[in-house]
Design a protein around this ligand. Sequence first.
Ligand SMILES: *[C@@H]1O[C@H](CO)[C@@H](O)[C@H](O)[C@H]1NC(C)=O
Ligand SMILES: *[C@@H]1O[C@H](CO)[C@@H](O)[C@H](O)[C@H]1NC(C)=O
Ligand SMILES: *[C@@H]1O[C@H](CO)[C@@H](O)[C@H](O)[C@H]1NC(C)=O
Ligand SMILES: *[C@@H]1O[C@H](CO)[C@@H](O)[C@H](O)[C@H]1NC(C)=O
Ligand SMILES: *[C@@H]1O[C@H](CO)[C@@H](O)[C@H](O)[C@H]1NC(C)=O
Length: 448
Amino acid sequence: MAFISKSSYLLIFFFLIAATLPDLSSAYLKLPLLRKTPYPPTPSEALSADSRRVSTLHQLRRHFHAKLPISSAASFGSGQYLVSLHLGTPPQHLLLVADTGSDLTWVSCSACRQNCSSRATFFPRHSTTFSPYHCFDSSCKLVPHPKEHMPCNHARVHNTCRYEYNYSDESVTRGFFSHETTTFNSSSGKLVQFQYLSFGCGYNNSGPSVSGPSFNGANGVMGLGGGPISFFSQLGREFGHKFSYCLMDYTLSPPPTSYLFIGGSKYIGAKSSKLSYTPILINPLSPSLYYIGIESVFVNNVKLPISPSVWAIDELGNGGTVVDSGTTLTFLTEPAYRIILATVDRLVKLPKSVEPTLGFDLCFNVSNELRPSLPRLSFKLDGGSLFAPPPRNYFIDAADGVKCMALQPIAPSSGSSVIGNLMQQGYTFEFDKDRKRLGYSRHGCAVP
Ligand SMILES: *[C@@H]1O[C@H](CO)[C@@H](O)[C@H](O)[C@H]1NC(C)=O
Ligand SMILES: *[C@@H]1O[C@H](CO)[C@@H](O)[C@H](O)[C@H]1NC(C)=O
Ligand SMILES: *[C@@H]1O[C@H](CO)[C@@H](O)[C@H](O)[C@H]1NC(C)=O
Ligand SMILES: *[C@@H]1O[C@H](CO)[C@@H](O)[C@H](O)[C@H]1NC(C)=O
Ligand SMILES: *[C@@H]1O[C@H](CO)[C@@H](O)[C@H](O)[C@H]1NC(C)=O
């Protein structure tokens, strides 16, 4: 594939790294991970953004039937985690939505040359290393093109590679598929450059998902999916096909600093005794997404009567459970959702909220409770480990004195269950593509 044809560049890069880091197996990249204020998102904001996104996860599979080489599952709302990235020469600082549900990394670009006022964008003309791919370049085949894409004339120098990336809510980013130098702080504390990061330089980004208030503060998206053009796949060639992050718990004050780590077998290895593992499952119809298997669900340690078959991926690619950093809430397949809600409803003795419930099915009036006692939800995953997040990962304050169960149903025939970023809070997650497993732990969030 295209990126393999770039092996001469990668070789140069290899020597660059090898010169600064004596033991390559211990190398990793460390990028600060932030959560933009104000938090938490209002539940209705999170809900509307998530609904758009979850329907995209479904539509994505239709695209894969059409053999589209990459995915475009991203749809962004409030409640996103942002990664800090330096792009260009000299480096320009950008904040990107960290997204395990899509592959393309793109940044909002401006052609401005002089006296540029907006800082919420990348200025390719201020960088000496920016270069769009030529339409004839094999890398150009990895991105979807606009309909009006001119036939490629490889004799014409300025026939650049144009991309068009669609979202289900009719948001779209368009621009030039390009490459740039990106600069990182390495594990040894030295600055390291990766010279050929392929990314979309987006000149025309429109629609609710990629502009406007819900995208507030972000300059683009970092695609961390499993496909060949994802940020993680590109850098993983040098650092090992592994990345990890801890999504900060925004209710802690002050919030801990956390990082996205790319690579780092030794670093992770030192703590691996503390990680629980479950296999990453492959859905051939959505190869970029990270699926895990749920065996059973417990409420207060009592196993619920949910048939294991409701969690399966069917022959059309529906079902299954995706771990997605770009969705805030958790979506569960309807048969399981109904049983979980009925069980929680039966166990909780608090009065129901009489206010309209903002799109949530189960809300309690906790205005008379200092520390309301809420049931514990846990998931037994494939491989036998137990994911038992604290109640604050699935009960949210929807209004003053109102706590709602932050779960949503998804019809079995219309999509996958999604473990969203609220449910992931306070855990280290390690995505290991080579060993096809997801590690998780309540420890490691405050690692320097
Ligand atoms: C940029 O600003 C300088 C003064 O700050 C001015 O002299 C120059 O004309 C401006 N250039 C453009 C293209 O606006
Ligand atoms: C994006 O959506 C528009 C309008 O629905 C459609 O015409 C276009 O072909 C789509 N582009 C891609 C690359 O799928
Ligand atoms: C590297 O780390 C230093 C200190 O934490 C920080 O000031 C700098 O911006 C970082 N550089 C990059 C490229 O991330
Ligand atoms: C941006 O895309 C829209 C189509 O959605 C098009 O009408 C408009 O002309 C484009 N703008 C630029 C500056 O290319
Ligand atoms: C919660 O209960 C209190 C009385 O205990 C009542 O005044 C308040 O309106 C209730 N709030 C909601 C949202 O149901």
